[in-house]
Design a protein. Sequence first.
Length: 179
Amino acid sequence: MALLKESDLRKYRATEIVASLENHSARNLDYDEFDIFLSHSYSDKDLIYGVKRFLEDNGLSVYVDWIDELELDRSSVNVETAKTLRKRMSQCQSLLFVTSLNSTTSKWMPWECGYFDGTNGKIAIFPIVKSDESSFAGQEYLGLYPYIDVTTDVIWVNSVKSGYCSIKDWLNGKSPDNK
């Protein structure tokens, strides 16, 4: 198993994402449910297109605030944005916390993680690395959560304790600690 590299994610063309998003622009998000709420730094915008596409190509539905709701203002912390994010998180089965060099400066990511942990609890870390790495130790509180890695045909959720399961099994209630 391996962690996803930036170069892997850049292979997904942003133009294909934009074209596919135009097709769902008329949908009513109030009635949609998603497998994943993608918590990330907007500074990683180009990589996030790739993450979203990668997950969707693996049969998962993914909510990304600035892609799914163009009018949402992520540039400032305010009551309306927080209200919208809480609503959308309630429509998601899980939260994937995308770590990168930029994620440490995000205003929203720690808030999203804390809120989701307190209401749902199904959180995994999605590390994006620059070179070949096969494990993720996490920093501070991120080390409390399982992390994502991949093989050629499966996305895995790895426990910090030593177990793992497929992301689809995890979304259906299996713990990566179960053997």
